[in-house]
Design a protein around this ligand. Structure first.
Ligand code: MN
Length: 487
């Protein structure tokens, strides 16, 4: 880790104005003074943590107000700054951001109540301004990267587990994949130490064999693409993050030979048209594996991820995944929503098509807020949160083409209740992609689902098993309670 230096942060920013540079310098100096003499548990000056948090935000491509707030994020909590001074010096906007993180920054974990209340507060502030959450994530990133310095084993494990269970899914929903991968890989050894060692070893052995053949293939790939006149391409390999490899291995009984994307080649091209052209060129020269061609450009993942994926036989007995995307998609895949928040004057004052798209993507934060008002018991809060909001998501379509975003393994019952409780209460059957299907069928991403209702149809107890979302379960239970009492 380098000595803090404000220039480093400013250099990481995209076209900072003079005003931006002045603001960052002011926040830097202010935070340095506020934390003077304080030490972290690692023994280094506390200010290093503030600096690294600000730096992370610059790397994510965030605006100057967020970076300044990142530098200042612990000044109220640990530094000896009062609220009035901070607001007077930096204005309402930055004060709001710092205050938003401050309340939550001191998760002291005196029991679950305190913990849950802190999360609730985080969601309330995030619903007002999503930058609060991103600052929190930048803060957590540095904490988890330096977790080995924490003296208490029990606390290390708890912070790592909380990162995996709460902050990783949040990063995922913001489309911040690079951050997600790092948070996961840093938490992994603390939460599952044995599995971590095992996966690390499996990956190391497999990657060693793979990389040799990959290099050769990579060279022919570039030659083939450029010979077809596609210009301005750049390529790279990536080795799969260990934790995501672990999750995949669990699905394949730890058999690493079944995993084809342990290493992948990325091809980055200027336009969408080039993406499809390159896919055509690759399939013209190498045999693709059936069923593994994925068009996330036409059908983006629920968190906004776009790319073309294909897996081909290299010709020397190896199989390799190739991901093709534009520069813009690549940036988006790494930094997600953060790459769109750098606009001056706040994102939501603009009404471009892009802004609307992003607002739609952040709709889940408003849902989260509505949802948390309904869950009054703190004990249920974490379980339901993990179930409804943090599971991997699938996009399900109505026959008219409207999209409903649901957790994985949801069924037509969940879909019906997500549309309207009245629809849910009167389900008599469902069609998936035009065919009649049982109400317990697990929906797949992209399914078109039609709910058939009947005036006399009503919920029954079995539905409680079919429903995956707690929202549907709660409404079914409510209906059953009301109607059994009457009978
Ligand atoms: Mn902090």
């Amino acid at each position: 880790m380098t000595e803090p230096n404000v220039k480093e942060i400013i250099q990481l920013m995209k076209n900072p104005s003079k005003k931006d540079a002045l603001l960052i310098t002011k926040a830097y100096n202010f935070a340095e003074k506020a934390h003077e003499g304080e030490k972290r548990f690692t023994g280094e000056p506390y200010f290093v943590h503030a600096f690294e948090t600000g730096k992370n935000l610059a790397v994510f491509g965030m605006d100057s107000a967020s970076i300044a707030a990142g530098l200042l994020h612990d000044t109220l909590e640990d530094g000896n700054t009062d609220k009035e001074t901070l607001e007077k010096e930096f204005g309402k906007e930055i004060y709001f951001l710092v205050e938003g993180v401050t309340k939550l920054g001191t998760l002291k974990y005196h029991g679950i109540e305190r913990h849950v209340e802190s999360l609730r507060k985080l969601f309330v502030a995030t619903a007002k301004d999503v930058r609060v959450l991103i600052i929190k994530l930048a803060d957590r990133l540095h904490n988890i990267q330096t977790l080995q310095g924490h003296p208490k084993k029990e606390k290390r494990e708890r912070i790592a587990l909380e990162t995996l269970e709460i902050f990783v899914p949040l990063a995922d929903r913001l489309g911040m994949w690079k951050l997600k991968g790092t948070l996961e890989d840093c938490s992994f050894p603390y939460v599952y130490p044995k599995e971590y060692e095992e996966v690390k070893e499996l990956s190391r052995k497999r990657t060693k064999i793979h990389l040799k053949s990959l290099e050769k293939f990579h060279r022919s790939l570039i030659k083939e693409i450029t010979s077809h006149g596609v210009k301005d391409i750049s390529t790279s390999y990536r080795v799969k993050h260990l934790y995501s490899l672990y999750l995949k291995l669990l699905r394949y009984k730890m058999d690493i030979t079944k995993i084809y994307d342990i290493t992948a080649i990325r091809v980055i091209v200027p336009t969408i048209e080039d993406c499809y052209k390159v896919l055509g060129i690759i399939h013209g020269s190498w045999q693709p594996l059936p069923g593994r061609i994925k068009d996330y450009i036409a059908f983006p993942k629920p968190n906004g991820y776009q790319s073309l994926h294909t897996t081909v036989f290299t010709g020397d007995g190896e199989i390799v995944e190739i991901q093709i995307r534009t520069k813009e998609m690549h940036r988006e895949a790494q930094y997600g929503i953060a790459s769109h928040l750098a606009y001056k004057g706040g994102l939501f004052q603009r009404s471009s098509k892009k802004t609307k798209e992003i607002q739609k993507r952040l709709g889940w934060i408003q849902e989260l807020l509505k949802w948390q008002e309904q869950v009054s018991e703190n004990g249920e809060f974490l379980n339901e949160l993990k179930m409804d909001f943090f599971k991997s998501r699938v996009f399900i379509f109505t026959p008219k083409g409207d999209v409903v975003d649901l957790p994985e393994e949801s069924t037509p019952i969940d879909f019906a209740y997500a549309i309207h409780s009245h629809v849910g209460d009167h389900v008599s059957g469902s069609k998936i992609n035009g065919k009649m299907a049982s109400l317990k069928t697990k929906l797949q991403n992209g399914d078109i689902v039609e709910i058939i209702t009947g005036k006399k149809s009503r919920p029954n107890r079995k539905w409680l098993d079919y429903a995956k979302t707690s929202m549907a379960q709660r409404r079914i239970r409510l209906w059953l309670q009301k109607n059994t009492e009457e009978i």
